[in-house]
Design a protein around this ligand. Structure first.
Ligand SMILES: C=CC1=C(C)c2cc3[nH]c(cc4nc(cc5[nH]c(cc1n2)c(C)c5CCC(=O)O)C(CCC(=O)O)=C4C)c(C)c3C=C
Ligand SMILES: [Fe+2]
Ligand SMILES: [Fe+2]
Length: 314
């Protein structure tokens, strides 16, 4: 890192994450936070509780995000003490305002906030930005210079990190006798209205990630899908993963590699939606389903986070 950028300046990096409950008892309050204060129905609470129970009763999201923050702080500092990395969750603890307050108490000279979803969307990044701005106000931290990293879908080390995960999965499939397989890229689906109105660039952001990976690791055949359509009754971005699996089965495909590129760590949408839900669905269609390992604390991914921070400071 260029000394002129960091010298004597204490930089607080705040990783903004979704947040997930660590106990099923917290699910009603967690869902209420996601829905901006509106309580969910008993059926929705039961459905989500069953999914958490199926993955062992809690999400590993907090623990993994803490590991990412610790690794990033070590990587950025390289033995110095210039950067502190905090985590702030939008929907669960530690909340974004707790992270901002801690950074203020630690005397950070500037803050840089990075949303742990590489592709910008009004349904994710913009909500994190609003929560971050509210937190600055609540903590009277408005006089600290801040930068917000809105989008980093093709940060070079992020693409390297995903490509590394793909190559590992490809070797595994080939070792298991699957010389040909269908790769299905996924990101979280969102209600399609803002995309159709041209005010949410999420699809283009997704394509930046996907095209960056395909330039590094040629693959055929591949598919672009949207997973985990939510419970709001409205049109969601498609094709869904289920529809994509139907088409692959009809074409006579045998093995499928799900490649989730919108999430950077294991959590319910990976461990339940893919590993349990889509795997069962695929089996019913006569397909064998695999998935790439999540980035979690991959060293290349930590470099990507550091790269995004440096690019914005430089
Ligand atoms: C770009 C879009 C989204 C990302 C990335 C995302 C990540 C993410 N979501 C959860 C857990 C839940 N999300 C839920 C609802 C929900 N999520 C999105 C979009 C993204 N989520 C939308 C549009 C919605 C519906 C609208 C809303 O209710 O606000 C829910 C509630 C249950 C449900 O509707 O499915 C949960 C739980 C995690 C853990 C996560 C990334 C780590
Ligand atoms: Fe979500
Ligand atoms: Fe979801």
């Amino acid at each position: 890192m260029d000394d002129a950028i960091t010298q004597g300046v204490k930089t607080g990096v705040i990783l903004l994450a979704h947040g997930a409950p660590t106990r099923v008892a917290d699910i009603p309050e967690y869902l209420q936070r996601i829905r901006g204060g509106t309580a969910s129905s008993t059926e929705v609470i039961r459905e989500i509780t069953e999914r958490y129970e199926a993955i062992g009763g809690s999400s590993p999201l907090l623990e993994i995000t803490q590991g990412q923050a610790e690794a990033l702080e070590r990587f950025l500092n390289q033995g110095e003490d210039t950067f502190r990395v905090y985590i702030g969750m939008r929907n669960w603890y530690p909340l974004i305002e707790e992270a901002v307050q801690q950074a203020k108490d630690d005397g950070m000279d500037r803050l840089i906030a990075l949303c742990l979803a590489p592709q910008f969307s009004k349904w994710s990044t913009e909500r994190y930005l609003n929560s971050f701005n509210e937190a600055l106000g609540k903590c009277n931290a408005g006089d600290i210079p801040v930068q917000f990293i809105k989008s980093w879908p093709n940060q070079p080390s992020l693409i390297d990190a995903f490509a590394e995960r793909y190559r590992a999965a490809e070797s595994d499939l080939k070792a298991k006798g699957h010389d040909t397989f269908h790769t299905v890229f996924t990101v979280h689906s969102i209600p399609s209205a803002y995309v159709e109105e041209g005010i949410d660039p999420y699809v283009q952001e997704y394509e930046k990630t996907l095209n960056g990976i395909r330039q590094q690791v040629p693959m055929e055949p591949w598919h672009q899908a949207y997973q985990s359509q939510g419970m709001i009754p409205c049109p969601w971005l498609e094709p869904s993963v289920e529809e994509t699996l139907d088409n692959i089965a009809e074409e006579g495909g045998k093995a499928v590699l799900i490649f989730p590129v919108g999430f950077v760590c294991d959590h319910i949408e990976i461990l339940y939606d893919i590993d349990i839900g889509f795997r069962e669905y695929a089996e019913q269609k006569g397909l064998t389903l695999f998935r790439t390992e999540s980035l979690n604390t991959s060293p290349l991914f930590i470099e990507a986070l550091a790269g995004a921070v440096w690019e914005h400071l430089a």
